[in-house]
Design a binder for this molecule. Structure first.
Ligand code: ZN
Length: 222
C-alpha cells in the first residue's frame, strides 16, 4: 500500500524529530561535575610544620592529582577552585561551586593537633541546624546527600588507607555557608603527627586518596 505523499512527508518529519530527540537524550548534561577545593592558598598557608611544610601546598598537590584521576573516568568532570598558589576567600570558593551547578564539592584540608598523638582522617558534613534559618527541601536534600556521600567516602578510606579513621562529623564550617551543592570537607591527615606528615605528600598516598574518592563517587552516582 502506498501512503498519500502528504502523509509520508509527515511521517518522515516525525521520524526526523524522533531521531533528533534520541540523539539529545545522550548529551553531556548527564556529566557528574565535582568541584575540588584545595583549602587555603597564597597568603593563607593553613596549618604548618616548622615553617616549611604548609597545608596549602599539600591540599593543592592532592587536589591536582585527584582532578586528573577523576577526569579519566567517563561521565565525571572535576573542576578546581584554585590550581595555583593563590589567595582565595572562602566566599569565592562557595560562589564558584554554586555557579558551576556542581553535583558535589570536596574541600581538602590537613589537620593539626594540640598533642602530637592525634592522627588519621576525618570528614565533615553540613549540620542540619546550620541551614535551619532558611530550611527548605533544597537544603535538606543538600544535607542528606552530603551525608550519603560522606559515608561512602569514609568506607572507602577505611578500606584503602590503613590508618586511623576518626569518623564523620557535623560542623557549621564556613565553606558550607550559602553553598547550594552537597559537600564534604576531608581532613586527610595530621601535619603534627610524624607518620601522617611523612605520607601526606607521598605519591602512593595521593593515589590511594584518588582511588578512594573515585570509588565513592562511582557508587554515589550509580
Ligand atoms: Zn585547613
Amino acid at each position: 500500500m502506498r501512503f498519500p505523499s502528504k502523509l509520508s512527508s509527515v511521517i518522515l518529519a516525525l521520524s526526523a524529530v524522533f531521531i533528533l530527540l534520541s540523539t539529545c537524550a545522550a548529551d553531556p548534561l548527564s556529566t557528574f561535575v565535582i568541584v575540588i577545593d584545595p583549602a587555603h592558598g597564597g597568603a593563607d598557608g593553613g596549618t604548618q610544620y616548622e615553617n616549611k611544610t604548609f597545608e596549602k601546598d599539600i591540599t593543592l598537590a592532592v587536589a591536582l592529582f585527584l582532578q586528573k584521576e577523576i577526569n579519566r573516568k567517563k561521565g565525571f568532570q572535576a573542576l578546581l577552585t584554585r590550581s595555583g598558589d593563590a589567595t582565595l576567600p572562602v566566599e569565592r570558593r562557595i560562589k564558584y561551586a554554586n555557579s558551576q551547578h556542581a553535583d558535589m564539592l570536596i574541600s581538602i584540608h590537613v589537620n593539626s593537633g594540640f598533642s602530637d598523638q592525634s592522627s588519621g582522617f576525618e570528614f565533615y558534613v553540613p549540620t542540619h541546624q546550620e541551614t535551619s534559618s532558611k530550611r527548605d527541601d533544597l537544603t535538606d536534600k543538600m544535607s542528606n546527600e552530603s551525608i550519603r556521600f560522606a559515608h561512602l567516602i569514609l568506607t572507602e578510606f577505611d578500606r584503602i588507607l590503613p590508618r586511623k579513621g576518626r569518623g564523620l562529623r557535623e560542623a557549621p564550617l564556613m565553606i558550607f555557608n550559602g553553598l547550594s551543592v552537597p559537600a564534604v570537607v576531608a581532613e586527610i591527615g595530621f601535619i603534627s603527627y610524624p607518620a601522617d606528615r611523612n605520607i601526606l605528600l607521598n605519591q602512593q598516598f595521593k593515589k590511594s586518596i584518588a582511588e578512594a574518592v573515585v570509588n565513592a563517587l562511582i557508587t554515589y552516582h550509580r
